[in-house]
Design a protein around this ligand. Structure first.
Ligand code: ADP
Ligand code: VHF
Length: 368
């Protein structure tokens, strides 16, 4: 059966430390991807490497730190990167297309709808879409920065059956293996716990940015959206197929969840909550286990400044975020009615509200 596969390749796998493209590496990855493509799968490539491929060409001696220098390097490097991919894939008679996205594109449903339509058509025509962040127009506060999260969001939006995040290390270890020789590798991770986050340190290479931490963040989002993830290394011929067929050199993040509607993906991973409510144990159970909406009776505390229609976080009694939803009351109303039964709420507000639920089930995403 053919699948939709998103493959993300990091800067560290594609470029040299001195700021140029590793052409043999690009050719190798293209050959690996071509082998999967030949099996009939729909393949999308999310690639980093624009800054790392361009900074040497421009004359910088190391990866630039200032935004305008990074943007200049990316503008040079992106063209070099695409040229190398195009050439390498042409050798396998595969056509490629460039798609540059920003975080704000994901916030705008119309723009994302357009991007998805384009991607669908390219895949139908057997073209490989090659995606990167549009570094030239992305400002620092709104940047993905590394492409791990970008690949997770793309995988969720296009309902991929697998996300393969390729890097220079063969998976997630109990500590950075560059620094601790006795670190042990995780083969499979069923649940991304605090312990997993704690061990995933910063970037280890001179050209990459995210390190393992950003890969774990990306795996969390992808698996929550129903997409299983592989994080690891593809070094010799056949490694990519092995990674796809669950025999790869890396760590697998499993999921039993189904793919999420795009509206819920937006709510969970792209929206900015303007406040939070703390709920009691009964409300937590109703939301997490019984598939119910949040009612005023379960709300204990209200924080932040929000209006009806804004996104808020829901926190349990121990202070953990359990999910997000669209709130049906403004902060003042909610402070007045917290802890009240539905009948008491109706009386107090004299029916002056659009909905009784604080957060309706359809506008809720569990994040625990
Ligand atoms: N717990 C860990 N397990 C594995 N690698 C880790 C860990 N903590 C940090 N790292 C580092 O993360 C690096 C990969 O991240 P990064 O350099 O951002 O790669 P990429 O450019 O492929 O995104 C590895 O080279 C490794 O040194
Ligand atoms: N969009 C940037 C990605 C930067 C980056 O280093 O990402 P990564 O190698 O995935 O940690 C680029 O192409 O240079």
């Amino acid at each position: 059966m053919s699948s939709r596969i998103v493959i993300k390749i990091g800067s560290s796998s594609l470029t040299t430390d001195t700021g140029s493209l590793h052409k043999e590496a690009v050719a190798f990855f293209a050959a690996e991807i071509a082998a999967l493509h030949a099996e009939g799968h729909e393949v999308l490539l999310v690639t980093s490497g624009a800054v790392a491929a361009g900074f040497g060409h421009i004359g910088y001696t190391s990866r630039p730190k200032l935004l305008h220098e990074k943007q200049a390097a990316a503008a040079v490097g992106q063209a070099l990167l695409m040229q190398a991919y195009q050439q390498a894939f042409a050798g396998h008679e595969i056509k490629t297309a460039q798609i540059l996205l920003t975080r704000t594109d994901f916030l705008n449903r119309k723009r994302m709808g357009n991007a998805i339509m384009t991607i669908d058509e390219l895949l139908k025509q057997r073209v490989i879409p090659i995606i990167n962040e549009n570094d030239t127009v992305s400002v620092d506060e709104l940047k993905f920065g590394d492409n791990d999260m970008l690949s997770a969001l793309v995988a969720g939006f296009i309902k991929a059956s697998k996300l393969l995040i390729l890097t220079d290390t063969d998976g997630l270890y109990t500590a950075d293996p560059r620094k601790q020789a006795d670190a042990v590798k995780y083969d499979r991770i069923d649940e991304i716990t605090e312990e997993i986050y704690a061990i995933a340190g910063g970037s280890g290479s001179a050209v990459g940015t995210g390190g393992m931490r950003s890969k774990v963040d990306a795996a969390k989002v992808a698996t929550r959206g129903g997409v299983p993830v592989f994080v690891g290394r593809v070094l010799t011929q056949g490694d990519l197929k092995a990674a796809f067929y669950d025999r790869g050199k890396g760590t697998y993040f499993d999921t039993r969840l189904h793919s999420l509607p795009r509206k819920k993906q937006w709510l969970g991973f792209m929206s900015s909550p303007l406040g939070s409510v703390q709920v009691d144990l009964g409300a937590e159970k109703a939301l997490l286990h019984d598939g119910h909406s949040l009612l005023p009776v379960g709300v204990q505390e209200v924080q932040g400044h929000f209006q009806a229609g804004d996104v808020i976080e829901v926190i349990n009694v121990t202070g953990d975020v359990i999910g997000r939803g669209i709130v049906n009351y403004d902060e003042e109303q909610l402070r007045m009615i917290r802890g009240l039964s539905s009948q008491e709420v109706l009386k107090k507000l004299e029916g002056n509200m659009s909905r009784l639920e604080v957060v309706h089930r359809d506008e809720w995403i569990t994040l625990k």
